[in-house]
Design a protein around this ligand. Structure first.
Ligand SMILES: Nc1ncnc2c1ncn2[C@@H]1O[C@H](COP(=O)(O)OP(=O)(O)O)[C@@H](O)[C@H]1O
Ligand SMILES: O=c1ccn([C@@H]2O[C@H](COP(=O)(O)OP(=O)(O)O)[C@@H](O)[C@H]2O)c(=O)[nH]1
Length: 268
């Protein structure tokens, strides 16, 4: 299990549970969500870390496109899958290790980034917005990403999922948990020094619009500001397995294998 990582949002996060408790004491669960998300979004606007046209659409997370409320809790009790969130900075090796976990342990690998890139290439209604957001290294609105993850999870007959590169912010995390009604069983965190991540991303050569030095710098900033708080949250919940991502692919996988071997009892 990892130690808590200092992050620049810590003072805000201390305030955040206080706000939650206050709203909860008022007996309004929906208001609790709306109010706290609103404060998060105001903060993110100030930091210029989320996409402008979508940034005040905090209530949209709970709605589908036809305006009806989204299902809260889309897994039945008997069919709740085992979920591992796989987090780490850009180029830390999440995708590489997920492919190996999927093969060795029978998981379905869902990469949030790949699902978003597929939306761009399928010319969907959100394609242009997703492309602009990824090019800027910012985070796509939760409702869009969760809809894609949900569609995949519902269409695949497996009870073990790796969700790679999501949630990227506290707002992503809160929305996912509200909409699905579940938390991940475990969270893998690939801990990698920034210079190594930059080297790996620049060497990836997959023709991605965001694998250039300017966007990488923005992605690293967004990771530190928005993704580390998610990792800290799940560390406090005792769910994080921190893996040193330095070493060869096989060396890193040996550490990953150990985690999944240890969790065998939990994985149905
Ligand atoms: N342990 C490692 N050592 C060296 N290179 C690696 C390692 N793991 C992954 N890579 C390479 O680094 C690049 C980024 O890895 P990737 O799995 O795509 O990262 P992420 O999904 O976290 O962005 C890829 O080109 C991959 O082949
Ligand atoms: O849940 C997600 C996952 C990805 N992205 C966007 O997709 C980009 C690439 O993400 P991916 O996980 O594919 O790559 P990584 O940054 O980890 O190398 C990110 O910088 C974000 O702009 C996003 O907005 N939400």
């Amino acid at each position: 299990m990892s130690m808590l990582i200092p992050d620049p949002l810590e003072p805000f996060l201390i305030f955040h549970p206080w706000l939650l408790n206050l709203a909860f004491a008022c007996g309004a669960r929906f208001r609790e969500f709306a109010v706290t998300t609103f404060f998060f979004e105001v903060f993110l606007i100030e930091q210029d870390l989320i996409q402008a046209p979508y940034r005040l659409n905090f209530l949209g997370i709970l709605s589908t496109e036809n305006g009806t409320p989204a299902t809260i809790g889309f897994f039945s009790k008997e069919k709740t899958p085992f979920i591992a969130f796989v987090l780490g900075g850009p180029g830390s090796g999440k995708g590489t290790q997920c492919a190996k976990i999927a093969e060795a342990f029978g998981f379905t690998h869902l990469s949030a980034g790949d699902l978003l890139r597929k939306e761009i290439s399928s010319n969907s209604e959100n394609g242009a917005m997703i492309l602009a957001t990824i090019t800027e290294g910012k985070i796509v609105p939760s409702g869009v990403t969760i809809k894609l993850i949900r569609r995949e999870m519902e269409s695949i007959e497996n009870n073990k999922f790796l969700i790679d590169g999501f949630p990227r912010s506290e707002e992503n995390r809160i929305a996912f948990e509200r909409i699905t009604g579940v938390e991940p069983n475990i969270v893998l965190f690939f801990d990698c020094p920034e210079d190594e991540m930059v080297k790996r991303v620049l060497g990836r050569k997959q023709g991605r619009v965001d694998d250039n030095i300017d966007t990488i710098k923005k992605r690293l900033k967004v990771f530190a500001a928005l993704n580390l708080p998610v990792i800290n949250h799940y560390t406090r919940r005792g769910k994080v397995y921190k893996i040193n991502a330095v070493g060869t692919i096989d060396e890193v996988f040996e550490k990953v294998r150990q985690v999944f071997d240890d969790c065998k009892q939990m994985i149905k």
